[in-house]
Design a protein around this ligand. Structure first.
Ligand SMILES: Cc1cc2nc3c(=O)[nH]c(=O)nc-3n(C[C@H](O)[C@H](O)[C@H](O)COP(=O)(O)OP(=O)(O)OC[C@H]3O[C@@H](n4cnc5c(N)ncnc54)[C@H](O)[C@@H]3O)c2cc1C
Length: 384
C-alpha cells in the first residue's frame, strides 16, 4: 500500500464533486487528486435538458471552472486525462504509460451513452448529450437550425422534446415503445405526458425505429421502419445509458450491470470504492441525483472518519416536462400489488398499492404532481 499517496477520485461529474464537497466539510487537509476525461467544469447535469426553457447557453449552465474547483476544494485536478487501467494489488492507476499511486481510489466515472449502429451517411448530425461538453457541441450545431428528430422516448428524450419546443424548434420523437418512459411510468401517466407533449406541438412516431439516416442538403433524412421518412437538421440519440464497467472488469473488480459495491460503497478490491452512474449499490442501479448524493455523504464519512453505510430513502424522480409536470417513484421491481389510477384530463394520480393497502410507489402528473412530496413520505424507503 502506498503511504503518502492521495485519495484519488476519477470523474468530476455530480458524484465526484459531491463527494469531494462532503470530504472537505469534514477534512480540509487530506490530499485529494481528481482526474477527469473532460474539462472538469462543475455543472448540474439535469439542467442540460432545460437550457432553452431557461434561456441559458451551455457555458451559462456551468457553475464553476476546473480552476475554481481546485481553489474552492483545495484539491489537485487533472483534466482531459483518461484512466486506462487499475492495478489494485499495487494500488496504482495507469494513464497510458504513466503510473500513479493512490491510497484510496473512488470510481465516479459515470455511464456511457448507448450508440445505435444505424446505416447511412448522416451520422455526423447525430448528437448524444451526456455531459456539458456534449451539450456545448449540440447547442453550437443547433444554431440557425429548426428541425430536431429525437430517437428515444425515455425521460431524457421527453425532456429534450419539451425543451426544444419551448425553444420553438420543430420536434419529432421516434421510439419502438407504444408510449413514453415505459419502464418508469404506468401507461395512463405516460399517456398524459404524450398528450401534454403533443399539445405543445411534439410529433410522435411510436412503435417504429430509425433504419437509415442519410445526408440531405444541410440536414438529414430519416427512414423509419414503418415506411415514413422524416427530414431534420439535427438528430438527438437518447436511447439509454450503460454504466461504465469495462476498466473495472479488466482490473478484476466484480461487475454486474454496474460496478458491484455494498452499502459502504466498497468494491470487491480493498481501498477501491464506486458511486454514481457507474455503480450498482446493494443491487440498485439508479442513474439519478438523489441516490448519488446519499452515497457521497456516506462515502465521505468512510474515507475520513469511520466506515458508514448508505441509507437510501424514497427516491422520487421529477420529469422536467413543464407541459405536463410529472413525478414518479417506481415501486420495487418484484413488489406485489396493483396500480390504482385516477385521471382527470392530463392529471393522473397513479398509486401502486400492496394487497394490504400500503403505498409502494406512485406516478403523478399535471395538477396532481404537487402531491409528490406528501406521497413520497408515505412510500417506505429503499433501505430501512
Ligand atoms: C439530460 C439529462 C437530464 C437528467 N435529469 C435528471 C433529473 O432531472 N433528475 C435526476 O435525478 N437525474 C437526472 N439525470 C441523471 C443524472 O444527471 C446523473 O445520474 C448524474 O449526473 C451522474 O453523475 P456521475 O458523476 O455519476 O456521472 P457523470 O456526470 O457521467 O461523470 C462521469 C465523470 O467521469 C469522467 N470519466 C469517465 N471515464 C473516465 C476515465 N476513464 N478516466 C477519467 N475520467 C473519466 C467523465 O469525464 C466525467 O467527469 C439526467 C441526466 C441527463 C443526461
Amino acid at each position: 500500500m502506498s503511504t503518502g499517496a492521495p485519495i484519488v477520485i476519477i470523474g468530476t461529474g455530480l458524484s465526484g464533486y459531491s463527494l469531494v464537497r462532503e470530504i472537505r466539510k469534514q477534512d480540509k487537509e487530506t490530499p485529494v487528486l481528481m482526474i477527469t476525461a473532460d474539462d472538469g467544469f462543475s455543472y448540474s447535469k439535469p439542467m442540460l435538458s432545460t437550457g432553452l426553457t431557461r434561456g441559458k447557453e451551455a457555458d451559462q449552465l456551468a457553475q464553476a471552472t476546473s480552476a475554481d474547483m481546485v481553489e474552492q476544494m483545495g484539491i489537485e485536478l487533472r483534466t482531459h486525462t483518461t484512466i486506462t487501467a487499475i492495478d489494485t494489488d499495487a494500488h496504482e492507476l495507469s494513464i497510458g504509460d504513466e503510473r500513479l499511486a493512490y491510497s484510496k481510489l473512488v470510481l465516479a466515472w459515470g455511464a456511457d451513452v448507448i450508440r445505435l449502429a444505424i446505416p447511412g451517411d448522416g451520422q455526423d448530425k447525430v448528437y448524444s448529450i451526456n455531459d456539458l461538453m456534449d451539450y456545448r457541441a449540440f447547442r453550437e450545431a443547433l444554431d440557425g437550425k429548426k428541425r430536431v428528430a429525437i430517437m428515444g422516448a425515455g425521460l431524457i428524450g421527453c425532456e429534450f422534446a419539451n425543451d426544444l419546443r419551448n425553444g420553438e424548434f420543430e420536434v419529432d420523437v421516434i421510439a419502438p415503445s407504444d408510449t413514453v418512459m415505459p419502464g418508469l411510468l404506468p401507461p395512463e401517466a405516460a399517456q398524459a405526458v404524450v398528450d401534454g407533449l403533443k399539445g405543445a406541438g411534439v410529433r410522435f412516431h411510436l412503435e417504429t425505429v430509425v433504419e437509415r439516416i442519410s445526408t440531405q442538403g444541410d440536414g438529414v433524412e430519416l427512414a423509419l421502419a414503418n415506411g415514413e421518412t422524416l427530414a431534420a437538421d439535427i438528430v438527438i440519440s437518447a436511447v439509454g445509458l450503460r454504466p461504465r464497467v469495462e476498466l473495472a472488469k479488466a482490473a478484476g473488480l466484480q461487475v454486474n450491470r454496474g460496478i458491484l459495491v455494498n452499502r459502504a460503497l466498497e468494491t470487491s478490491a480493498p481501498d477501491v470504492y464506486a458511486l454514481g452512474d457507474c455503480a450498482e449499490v446493494d443491487g440498485h442501479v439508479l442513474l439519478y441525483v438523489l441516490p448519488l448524493m446519499a452515497c457521497a455523504r456516506a462515502l465521505a464519512k468512510t474515507l475520513v472518519t469511520e466506515r458508514t453505510e448508505v441509507k437510501y430513502g424514497t427516491m422520487p424522480v421529477m420529469v422536467k416536462t413543464p407541459c405536463c409536470p410529472t413525478a414518479v417513484c417506481p415501486p420495487p421491481q418484484a413488489a406485489e400489488g396493483a396500480w390504482h389510477i385516477e385521471r382527470d384530463g392530463n392529471s393522473v394520480r397513479a398509486l401502486f398499492k400492496a394487497p394490504d393497502g400500503e403505498l409502494l410507489g406512485f406516478a403523478v402528473t399535471g395538477d396532481y404532481a404537487v402531491e409528490k412530496q406528501a406521497l413520497a413520505k408515505e412510500v417506505p424507503p429503499l433501505h430501512d
